[in-house]
Design a binder for this molecule. Sequence first.
Ligand SMILES: CC(C)(COP(=O)(O)OP(=O)(O)OC[C@H]1O[C@@H](n2cnc3c(N)ncnc32)[C@H](O)[C@@H]1O)[C@@H](O)C(=O)NCCC(=O)NCCS
Ligand SMILES: Nc1ncnc2c1ncn2[C@@H]1O[C@H](COP(=O)(O)OP(=O)(O)OP(=O)(O)O)[C@@H](O)[C@H]1O
Length: 209
Amino acid sequence: MFVVGLTGGIGSGKSAVSRLFEQRNITVIDADQVAREVVEPGEPALSKIAQRFGDGILLADGNLDRKALRKIVFETPRQRDWLEQLLHPLIRDRILLKLEQSQPHSNAEYAILASPLLLETDQHLLVNHIVVVDVDEAIQISRTTARDMSDTEQVKAIIAAQIPRAERIAKADDLIDNSGTIDDLKPLIEQLHNKFLHQARQERESDHG
Ligand SMILES: CC(C)(COP(=O)(O)OP(=O)(O)OC[C@H]1O[C@@H](n2cnc3c(N)ncnc32)[C@H](O)[C@@H]1O)[C@@H](O)C(=O)NCCC(=O)NCCS
Ligand SMILES: Nc1ncnc2c1ncn2[C@@H]1O[C@H](COP(=O)(O)OP(=O)(O)OP(=O)(O)O)[C@@H](O)[C@H]1O
């Protein structure tokens, strides 16, 4: 299966871009979604988080209080390291399982792995091609604070925990500038979709000798 990795900093527009590919019937595996699955009630990782931070890190219904944990890990790098060491191997294993399950139905099919930490973790080893969604830091902050009701300082701390913008761009096979409107994205995605169909087809043909 030809796998396209889609990455970008917080609030860059990965989810918005993912939706446009999904409208073309492309399977998108979302690492943020997988990261939620591995800490659902009953999962061993959630018990480990509660052991470390106390039951106060759980909401009354037993779910993880994500807002509280976000505050802890982006204020204290040591706690973020601990959480990443716990969750990243679990997230990677589950992504691999999902990729194996999404078998191609035609020789022109590809899948997308959308992940904020594609380049920061070994998740980039799972993909054939890297697409970066890019906006400047001012846009990242304004769109994220409008979406999450989070404050500027916290968004800045999250940006600082991610790969620097120039390094991310340097690793891109394709770059999507998302500083315009969602409508501006549509022709770009159409173009990339056609290119990936072509690349997926070529890959399959070379695999079959
Ligand atoms: C800290 C947590 C509980 C906050 O949850 P919350 O629902 O508020 O945010 P959400 O998970 O939707 O993440 C929002 C964005 O924050 C950024 N982000 C999340 N985790 C990290 C991290 N470890 N390092 C850098 N940026 C991160 C990403 O841009 C992500 O898209 C959560 O992000 C988490 O469990 N993070 C650790 C796991 C992880 O690294 N996930 C990233 C995908 S692999
Ligand atoms: N071109 C655009 N114009 C205006 N708003 C946009 C545009 N693209 C995305 N947005 C909005 O900006 C916010 C951030 O976008 P999105 O959620 O797609 O980012 P993301 O990269 O998935 O973020 P995260 O890393 O936090 O998961 C959302 O509220 C989204 O609707």
